[in-house]
Design a binder for this molecule. Structure first.
Ligand code: SIN
Ligand code: FE2
Length: 207
């Protein structure tokens, strides 16, 4: 166990610098190809229709989407183009095999793009039908302040400054923990030419 992993709740794992710079560049190129096929869209909160500050797309057989009327859900096609999502890039499938401990491949990879002023409120990932598989999260680009709590919203939280190439896994007893992104630190990475942060989360949706 690395020092960074020490003290983490059961089911939480943190792999700082899991992807080196060259591997990060390969991932960014793969994500650019995904975005070319499946453009970023502006997700909207259920009921209120309020836009979230991140822009999103997906790859995989299913993608996570949200809008005013349909709410949070997984679907096999892009909400604007109606086309199937592109395939999950190989290095991400290999990461899943290495760290998930789950015998089937991920079905969804949510791609979140954060501008310098974007954030994401504390929430649980619970729109999946399979909680035996973890959520595997990859950070690229600018650093962020990532906050993780417990399985109740009122549980104490702890913050991590995630850097480009870091991988965070929440599974087991921590599969349903609350988590969110409080802020982006602009100018902390040279990976993305226009700055910002990309987060990739791999999920298994169905058992
Ligand atoms: C998410 O919870 O969907 C994103 C987390 C992150 O950006 O690190
Ligand atoms: Fe999440």
């Amino acid at each position: 166990m690395t020092p960074a992993e020490r003290g983490l709740a059961p089911g939480l794992r943190y792999f700082p610098d899991r992807f080196d710079r060259a591997a990060q560049e390969v991932l960014v190129a793969a994500i650019r190809a995904v975005v070319a096929e499946a453009p970023l869209f502006m997700p909207r909160m259920p009921k209120t229709g309020k836009p979230m500050s991140v822009r999103m797309t997906n790859c995989g057989s299913l993608g996570w989407v949200t809008d005013k009327d349909g709410g949070y859900r997984y679907q096999p096609t892009h909400p604007e183009t109606g086309r199937p999502w592109p395939a999950i890039p190989d290095p991400l499938l290999a990461l899943w095999d290495a760290v998930s401990g789950y015998d089937k491949p991920p079905e969804a990879c949510l791609v979140n793009f954060y501008d310098p002023d974007a954030k994401m409120g504390l929430h649980q990932d619970r729109d999946e039908n399979e909680f035996a598989a973890p959520v595997v999260s990859v950070s690229l680009g600018d650093q962020c302040l990532f906050r993780v709590g417990g399985v109740s919203r009122s549980d104490p939280t702890r913050s991590f400054r995630l850097s480009s190439g870091d991988v965070f896994v929440f599974g087991g007893e921590s599969r349903l923990i609350f988590h969110g992104v409080d802020r982006i630190y602009p100018g902390t990475s040279t990976l993305l030419k226009n700055g910002g942060r990309i987060n990739l989360t791999l999920r298994r949706v169905n058992p």
